[in-house]
Design a protein around this ligand. Structure first.
Ligand SMILES: [Zn+2]
Length: 292
């Protein structure tokens, strides 16, 4: 009887663990034994915000939209973040730059990087004034440069060039495109870059584009994700940061079908919530906040 009682007790404990822990689901693959890199595609609705953590630095790539500013700040605080070593803004559209003021006001931001494109929006003007007034080190990030995130983790920038920023007015196509590289593992971040840039990058960097994971360009818009570009990157997974039922109809069905045809695993914030990727530089693991 005692054995039976113990078995029932163990079963009950197991049930409690299951019911309290089932909001997180592991889905992968080559699970790393120790992880020095964590990348979170934060669920901030329609917009991009990626939190990148190494053992030495905290990096935030884009900041979501203006109306999700408090949500972003709360999510970062819930992660225990007080300091951000590098804030990177891919381009000054509101769904990437919108939360920057919230970040600058609530966290100790050590340095700021963007593509150097100046716009007339109040969101941009407030952001750049805050950076200047706070005397935070600022740098324009261009093709050919790279940033060090510690632990041998690098961010290699492919686009834009200085010429593009000086002559092209298209904000999306001037997005910072770069690869986060850690050993054999990599994520290609693409901002909202579209077909024209994809063709240029394919010509310029064909053999370098191959990445483990792709951040879907422009939230899965049909004006991005050329087939030849996707094949050169040839990722195992694609990350789409989108708001549920957004006005832009992102991600587009044509794009999703391309991803499916190429057997990319699709993770999207509107279905999966925040998506967390960890890697030790070889294997990686993906966790979804929501189970469908
Ligand atoms: Zn966008």
């Amino acid at each position: 009887m005692k054995v039976l009682r113990n078995l029932i007790a163990i079963g009950l404990v197991f049930l409690v663990i299951l019911s309290s822990g089932c909001s997180i689901k592991s889905t992968n693959e080559n699970v790393p034994s120790s992880s020095n890199l964590t990348v979170k595609m934060l669920d901030v609705g329609q917009g991009d915000a990626f939190l990148i953590k190494t053992s030495q630095q905290v990096i935030l790539l884009d900041t979501g939209d203006i109306d999700a500013r408090d949500l972003l700040v709360n999510k970062l605080k819930a992660e225990g973040i007080t300091k951000i070593d590098k804030l990177i803004i891919t381009h000054p559209h509101a769904d990437h730059l919108g939360g920057a003021m919230g970040v600058l006001m609530n966290f100790d931001v050590k340095s700021v990087y963007d593509n150097g494109q100046i716009t007339t929006t109040s969101t941009y003007r407030k952001y750049i004034k805050k950076v200047t007034d706070s005397k935070i080190p600022y740098k324009q990030l261009l093709a050919g440069e790279h940033l060090e995130f510690g632990d041998g983790i690098k961010f290699i920038v492919y686009s834009p060039t200085k010429r593009m920023i000086d002559t092209e007015e298209d904000l999306n196509n001037n997005s910072i495109v770069g690869k986060l590289k850690y050993g054999d593992f990599s994520i290609l971040f693409t901002g909202d870059s579209e077909s024209a840039i994809e063709k240029e990058l394919l010509n310029k960097y064909k053999d370098e584009l191959k990445s483990t994971i792709l951040k879907s360009p422009h939230h899965g818009s049909k004006t991005s994700s050329n087939n030849a570009y996707l094949k050169a990157i040839s990722p195992e997974c694609v990350l789409i940061s989108v708001g549920a039922g957004n006005d832009y109809k992102h991600p587009h069905e044509t794009t999703l079908n391309k991803y499916k045809k190429l057997n990319f695993k699709i993770y999207r914030t509107d279905f999966d919530g925040t998506v967390t990727i960890t890697s030790d530089g070889h294997g990686y693991n993906v966790l979804k906040e929501k189970v469908q």
